[in-house]
Design a protein around this ligand. Structure first.
Ligand SMILES: [Zn+2]
Length: 147
């Protein structure tokens, strides 16, 4: 369909994925680009495989927040069902390494060991459990209300 300037005098349509206004293209166009179209359909076809980055960062931020609160209460070990009940999602981590038979994970600047039933030895990277060394995710340009 040829571009018709008259049809674009009304409010522009917005991309279903990113929200950008769509000024060009055939009538009824739903996406600003092929990338957005693919992401939109992939996220619906595989909702657990393809979480938006913002959602993943939110989960990680929430996990870190729970770990820091536990440390502030002097708690360095907890059974996993209780932790999950508090909102912790053990699937999301920022790093993993093996130390002998121990599985050591990090969530940004917080590290912990995970067994099939417990989380253990929660601490800040490089040592202490007192005070926060840094808050790398506190300035993310979104809040939980955006998600
Ligand atoms: Zn888009």
């Amino acid at each position: 369909m040829p571009y018709d300037s008259d049809t674009h005098k009304s409010k522009p349509v917005h991309c279903l994925q990113c929200g950008a206004p769509i000024y060009f293209g055939r009538q009824g166009k739903k996406f600003c680009c092929l990338h957005c179209k693919n992401r939109y359909h992939n996220e619906r076809a595989y909702p657990n495989r393809s979480l938006p980055v913002g959602r993943i960062l939110h989960i990680l931020d929430s996990n870190r927040c729970i770990l820091v609160k536990l440390m502030n209460m002097g708690i360095r070990t907890m059974d996993l069902p209780t932790l999950i009940h508090l909102g912790f999602d053990p699937i999301y981590v920022t790093s993993f390494r093996k130390e002998g038979i121990r599985s050591v994970y990090t969530c940004f600047d917080v590290q912990y060991e995970l067994t099939p039933s417990r989380i253990k030895r929660i601490s800040f990277l490089g040592g202490g459990v007192m005070g926060e060394k840094m808050r790398p995710v506190s300035k993310l340009p979104f809040s939980s209300g955006d998600l």
